[in-house]
Design a protein around this ligand. Sequence first.
Ligand SMILES: Cc1cc2nc3c(=O)[nH]c(=O)nc-3n(C[C@H](O)[C@H](O)[C@H](O)COP(=O)(O)OP(=O)(O)OC[C@H]3O[C@@H](n4cnc5c(N)ncnc54)[C@H](O)[C@@H]3O)c2cc1C
Length: 675
Amino acid sequence: MNDFNIKDPEIKEFNAIIIGSGAAGLNCAIHLVQEGIDTSKIAIITEKLGGGTSFNAGSDKQTYYKMSIYGDQGDSPYELAKDLYAGGAMHGDIALIEATNSIREFFHLVQLGVPFPYDEYGGFVGYKTDNDPKQRATSIGPFTSQKMGKCLLNTVKEKNINIFDKHYAIKIIIDDNTKQREAIGLICIKSDELSKEKNVNNLFSSLRIFKARNIIIATGGPAILYKNSVYPTSQKGTTNLAIEAGCKLQNLTESQFGLASTKFRWNVSGSYQQVIPRYYSVDANNAEIEFLNDIFPSFTELSKAIFLKGYQWPFNVALLEGYGSSLIDLAVFHENITLNRHVFLDYTKNPKGFNLAELHPIAKDYLSKSNALADIPIKRLRKLNEQAIKVYDKHNIDITVEPLEIAVCNQHLNGGITCDLWWESTTVKNLFAIGEINGSHGIHRPGGAALNAGQVGGLRVSQKIAHIDYRDQVIESERFQKFLKSELINLKDQFKILLENAPNENSITPLILLDQIQNRMSKYATIIRPLKDLESEIEIIQKQINNIVESIVLERQTDIIDFYCVKDALFTQLFFLQAILNYHLSNGRSRGSYLILRDKLQDSLSEMHILPPGYLKEYKFIHNNVDLSKKIQTLQWKDGQIFIKWEDIREIPTDFGWFENVWKEFLKNKKEYKK
Ligand SMILES: Cc1cc2nc3c(=O)[nH]c(=O)nc-3n(C[C@H](O)[C@H](O)[C@H](O)COP(=O)(O)OP(=O)(O)OC[C@H]3O[C@@H](n4cnc5c(N)ncnc54)[C@H](O)[C@@H]3O)c2cc1C
């Protein structure tokens, strides 16, 4: 191991650095090459190649969303943009870009080997997913994003693009002396060089420095925040990199939650529900109850809700009334979080009251047409989708004999970094955000739109870097050194404190702090959002942030990554909870994936409480006439404070071009490729 020279450290220089090796990051690297950037000038920096959500998540039928191009189905970029935009709190021009480029990116994946199914005429057939009025969704089965990741990685390797594996990014170097803040480099920790010793110089020598004209954040969703989560355990997310860099973030109130198994993290959507399994919960003494029967008035209503849960997977306020399928999520949440009971799906027995004659027709027809009617859920599942049983079997869970523990889990963040039409941060130049860390989506999005957005983002970034502006610019050495030095001095001081902290009554380990953070998310930031005590909880977070370096005790140097992860989680939590508090104070109503709980009603806003049925009425939630869906809530960290602003959404552009004019403009902008 070399001694790190703070005066003259080794610096690697690239035109473009991509942080993260998920489907979004890898695709961007490929597009940069295709758009003319030399491979030697591109680097992918990643915590763990093969880690992250894309490579490790899946579901019953993992969906990719694109414009329909099948048979006589009428569709257009504008039609698709309208449906993305209809989700609310989304900019129309971004929706149009995601729609317009969806086909190009879809075929890019097809060309790289992702086997999306087509018919005998070569037509890429689609199906309807959630929030989708057409049949735009496609899938290759449970592992769509994993296959995408593999095909993209093969191409990255074929093109010899530089990959720096086991590099954990901790700081984006920013020049804040310019008119607009500018990203100029990155500091990482080489995680496999960390030793067990507690030695500052040794820790310092694990640092790696990168200078880059363009930095693309592709670090995925903030998976670390939630205890009940269906993100793969290898994904943690690094939102704080962007917060500290000065990026504006948006729509942090908008996440997706749904039912998933917890021992092995997997969405229990689609056929897992369509076969009408038995739901039950147990307390600490193993006393069992079938809690859903006390909420639904009949087995017919219950079977309809369970069946629909299959393809109405994300929790949705709009699907509570009339004994809707989201009541199931609320009931599971109540058992699990409020009553502290364990909740299970049982495929070996029918739910209480099961009776074929009373099975709701929607379920009966489907099961009968699929030739999947049988006397118990596991037999129905075997007939409907044998693969669904095998997925668990591979993870040593035999659902043919044992129950499956489930919870309402966090799955996706629709919000994230605020970017312009080229996926560049609106507040930090040369800093881009693609994939889940980009906050392009609002309250709802069609299932599968996340994977499409991630691919389109990489294309846009590469076009901007290669043609519009940033291909040939370089960062002067003196300027870089100045900002690097100040970051290194700060880091050295921080490392010294962290490694030399002696345990005292205020000390805390990263894991204990993470537990506190996750418990707080369960209480204030899942499908239930109570205002009560939120403000005082935020004050506690603020204090923890102020003391984080002094209060954390690291047992060994290798714990430094845990420190950064938990620091990231704490800052990100502060942003999330401030966003939620501000939403309450702006009189926001229940929407999308969450119920707003406030005791006091305001007559002037026609505020009322809506009561879910049965004992779930304790979650009486707010409805009012305040519609914030035409606005986007943004948050930015400046001088140690969070500034929150509501911005109007931009409409979908309708000034569609004239060929001759677009062509002229295109030729003017497109720089010659450097061979
Ligand atoms: C269970 C589940 C099912 C889903 N189903 C669908 C679906 O059907 N359709 C759909 O469209 N979307 C779906 N999604 C969402 C979608 O899979 C993700 O949004 C998408 O895969 C994210 O891709 P990404 O490239 O942005 O991030 P990821 O694939 O998560 O990659 C992030 C990368 O960043 C790296 N990284 C993070 N922090 C650092 C750091 N500090 N330094 C270096 N590297 C770092 C990680 O190691 C990883 O390589 C699902 C998600 C889940 C969890």
